[in-house]
Design a protein around this ligand. Structure first.
Ligand SMILES: *Cc1c(COP(=O)(O)O)cnc(C)c1O
Length: 490
């Protein structure tokens, strides 16, 4: 019996088994793709004039639906007008990648095939694709064979997955089974990091029951650079009790790095677990120019990174890489349901090696983009972004009213608008005004941060579409808006 909004008589309907209607709806999306993608290079990142269209989404839940074609038409009409063009070349806020052609097409294919990547038993195809995708990622970043991992929704979940394994390891070191018994009765797990630690690592610790205050920060300045001596003194003070170190490979304000190699040395000397948050910074490994920034990652126990940032695959895509992959099944298996395989069973799979159980085949866009462009394609993209970041830094340096606040080791340029005689609080206010004006203006997109106590802009360049013209436009728009919002001196 058909059940998709068939009105009894005469109403519009989507008869079941009318595949032509499905294919027609997919064709609607395909037809919208060309104009939308074609507009990305020039459209405003954010079009305030289109915001009124969002009202078209609201209304009561329909009793009788309007049918596939009309629903999809309306959604595309509103979406292509109001979407943030963050997959375009001029979105420099957060750290936001776009989608390569192969990744975008493969992401559509993931919906078409609608696999449950829970386990081999639910989809041998998705399982095999994930195994290959993870191994290609491992290889891309120069990690030795034997490492394994899991694809997750983003780096927050990659931090969660990694620190979940670390928690299981930490319990084991003191004869406890945290997977079975939780944390009760145990001391707090010591987690040591520098000031670059990302909010999502704290969130992961909060979700794992350690509490976000579990992180002990050892920082030697107001920017957050790690204080290795103080961190080592704390490790020594633990007198052999196991601890977790978080190294930050790519910090979000200026793209700076903790000295991973030195932290790996400390982890080895004191028997600690080393976790590296390399959400975007892990991609430094792809170019000989930036690879020294991640020297030592192969000595880590776990690494978290994002696919939806510098790999340029669509949301949601992150991955955790683990030196001893068997820990994933130990930490995230769910034995005891008779109808499900266990992590060690031949029918088992990635739903038992990470936090999610039923999951979409997010391996497909990763596999496709790596198959399409290869190691050299990604190296070339990263190097182009390194060049663009240096170009932006040079443009900032030559503009009298722009002041660069940090070195540019990777893909982020941290700077502010500034002028002689303007007091610091007034500079902060001015920079916030420029940040707000940028977002309202919409031609380019960038947010503010506070770096070393000063309000600053921090554009991040990780989108494959971005060109030097986009960077030049960004600088021109910032200078124009800085002039417009410039404080009047008494
Ligand atoms: C973006 C980011 C995260 C969080 O990633 P999500 O994909 O948003 O979950 C974690 N760490 C760093 C350093 C990041 O840049």
């Amino acid at each position: 019996m058909p059940f998709f909004n068939v009105r009894e008589a005469g109403g519009m309907a989507d008869p079941l088994h009318d595949e032509a209607a499905t294919v027609a709806a997919l064709a609607q999306v395909g037809a919208a793709a060309g104009p939308y993608l074609g507009s990305l290079a020039d459209r405003p990142v954010h079009d305030p004039a289109a915001a009124g269209k969002l009202a078209g989404l609201t209304g009561p839940l329909p009793e009788d639906g309007e049918g596939t074609a009309e629903a999809v038409r309306r959604l595309l009409d509103i979406g292509t007008a109001t979407a943030t063009a963050s997959s375009g070349p001029r979105f420099f806020h957060f750290v936001t990648g776009g989608a390569t052609p192969a990744a975008l097409a493969a992401d559509w294919a993931a919906s078409l095939l609608d696999q449950n990547s829970f386990a081999r038993v639910s989809s041998p195809f998705a399982h095999e694709t994930e195994t290959v995708a993870l191994d290609w990622l491992r290889d891309l970043f120069g990690l030795p064979a034997g490492w394994g991992g899991a694809l997750v929704a983003g780096a927050t979940f990659a931090n969660f997955t990694s620190l979940g394994c670390a928690t299981q390891w930490w319990g084991e070191r003191q004869g406890a089974d945290t997977v079975r018994d939780g944390l009760s009765g145990l001391p707090r797990m010591p987690v040591l990091s520098g000031g670059y630690v990302h909010a999502s690592a704290r969130k992961a610790l909060q979700m794992l029951g350690h509490g976000r205050a579990a992180v002990e920060v050892f920082s030697r300045d107001d920017v957050g650079r790690v204080d290795l001596d103080a961190l080592e003194a704390r490790l020594a003070g633990l007198a052999g009790a196991p601890a977790v170190i978080i190294a930050n490979a790519g910090e979000v304000n200026a793209g700076d790095f903790d000295p991973v190699d030195a932290l790996a040395g400390l982890a080895e000397r004191y028997g600690a677990w080393l976790h590296v948050d390399g959400a975007f910074g892990l991609f430094a490994a792809l170019s000989p120019r930036s690879a020294p920034l991640v020297r030592g990652i192969d000595r880590a126990h776990s690494i978290a990174a994002d696919g939806h940032k510098w790999l340029n695959v669509p949301y949601e895509s992150g991955f955790a890489l683990i030196r001893e992959p068997a820990r994933l099944g130990t930490a995230f298996g769910m034995p005891g349901a008779a109808y499900l395989p266990g992590p060690q069973d031949p029918g088992g799979g990635y739903g038992l090696y990470g936090p999610e159980s039923s999951r979409r085949a997010r391996s497909l866009p990763i596999w496709a983009t790596l198959a399409a462009y290869g190691r050299q394609g990604y190296r070339a993209m990263v190097e182009r972004h390194l060049d663009l970041a240096q170009h932006l830094a040079a443009r900032v340096d030559e503009a009298p009213e722009l002041e660069r606040l940090a070195e540019v080791p990777l893909c982020i340029v941290c700077f502010r608008v500034s002028a002689p005689g303007v007091p610091e609080e007034e500079l902060d206010r001015w920079n916030r005004a420029v940040g707000e004006a940028l977002i309202t203006d919409g031609r380019v997109f960038c947010g503010t941060t506070v770096y070393g106590g000063r309000v600053a802009l921090r554009p991040a360049i990780v989108n494959w579409r971005t060109t030097e013209t986009d960077i030049d436009l960004f600088v021109d728009v910032v200078r124009e808006l800085a002039a417009r919002t410039r404080p009047q001196l008494p």
